[in-house]
Design a protein around this ligand. Sequence first.
Ligand code: OAA
Ligand code: MG
Length: 565
Amino acid sequence: MSESPDLVSPVETDLSGFDLVNKPMLNKGTAFTDVERDTFHLHGLLPPHVGTLEEQVERRWKVLCAFATDFERYAFLRDLQDTNETLFYAVLARDLEQTLPLVYTPTVGEGCQRFSEIWRKPRGVFISYPNKHRIREILADARFDRVRIIVVSDGERILGLGDQGAGGMGISIGKLALYTACAGIHPDETLPVLLDVGTNNQERLNDPLYVGWRHERIRGDEYDAFIEEFVTAVTERWPDVLLHWEDFAGSNAARLLARYRDRLCTFNDDIQGTAAIAASTLLAAVNVTGVPLTEQRIAVLGAGSAGCGIASLLLQAMIDAGASEADARSRFFLVDRYGLLVEGMADITPAQQPFLKRPADVEGWQLQKPGTVGLFDVATNARPTVLIGVSGQGGAFTEPVVRAMAEAVERPVIFPLSNPTSRSEATPEQLMTWTGGRALIGTGSPFPPLQWNGRAAKVNQTNNSYIFPGIGLGVLAAGARRITDAMFMVAGKKVAELSPTVTDKEGQLLPPVTELRSVAIAVAQVVARQAQADGVADPCDAATLDTRIAARVWEPKYRPYRKVG
Ligand SMILES: O=C([O-])CC(=O)C(=O)O
Ligand SMILES: [Mg+2]
């Protein structure tokens, strides 16, 4: 069973002097007390003032605020994370609403694009294709003995920014920072991994300063064998690990999830996490519109792994709510690069299959251009009540599309989920303008509050950060061996239950970002119980489970140290 990190007793260390202050997880900087400076031979290494964590937070906050750009703030925070992890998380906790957009979306996107400029110290592991024979050796490092959660990316589809090669390490680091900041997963239990199988991004390949493997992407059997080697090495090293896949492109995301989900405890955040938060936000919108889930018509732009993940979870939610499978399916309209997905189209993936329309379904539709059924045609003919964007195409929800939708629906539900901000399918302001303020909006990236009718309205951030930290905490606390779809369903429904709209129709769809920590704990509780119900975790009573969850939550506080050795 998973051991909780010990939060009370002194931390034992055999390090002292320069080695101690250079260990990010143990460094306290100016907060080392006089006694600790004696014991650990720190006199002279530190300025004489003995301070507190609170004082350090204020000092760093002042510096953070003084930078001109968010990218500089991102780089500064990354340095802080690699210098003093406790202080880094204490700074994040000072104001999650302001700091998450710096360490996570949208700024992490630029952090991945400009990764070569700011890489300084090792964090996590790069496993490059030429090192494929050394995977076990790399993972064997004793520093990784406590690892429980790995976020792995191959950097091919970073947010909506496409292939960033080795720069994808930024997203693995960013997601894990949220596991700690939002769910209190101990930093030593987390490991960011970047599988560097090359890049097809010409800008990176041509950049003499690019730090990744300068090679076109490895594909096909060689790629699959490399992934297999990695997963096998991971499960040998940490049989109980939770492996989180992030920002894999196209068919790889769904394929790898299908291949590995019954072999180890694993999930894909873009498919399953994004689906769960889309479901939460839609369920909350139902509180406002009064239109039951089973009567919604849902158009999804972007029928890749994220779009199909959302459609499948919502389909299941409709069936759970009493719809027949056939009726539920008829309510989905998946639109990709070549328009509405219909039977007979080339290159249909298994995940798209359940959502293909028959030619008869679109017979008699008025089309803008005969022969192709675009998003506008779906808006005018299918009259969707919900429009979800996971296309990575900034501005793809055009004015004609949104106006057409709003003509037929009193409260159109519109979620432009692509990240970062530049890839959002529409801005909240546009959506409010084009719908006369009737739209219920959830965006993937954070947007500043919106002025509407003289009132400042906050914009809901429909981001998987409401889901995955609690999934991780629940899985670890329950000792879950696998991750089921039902665990994501209960996570999504739990966040909907926490929606301010439950008591106030005028309220926000999602709980505020400032409450992400309590959201993660509530999600962890239902996820852990569901793992037991699904037989993928050993049973225990609910109170024990809740105690285990609470005991796992690490807080960024300095602890006393005891010298050993
Ligand atoms: O990272 C985020 O903000 C959400 C996400 O998974 C993605 O856009 O790929
Ligand atoms: Mg992602």
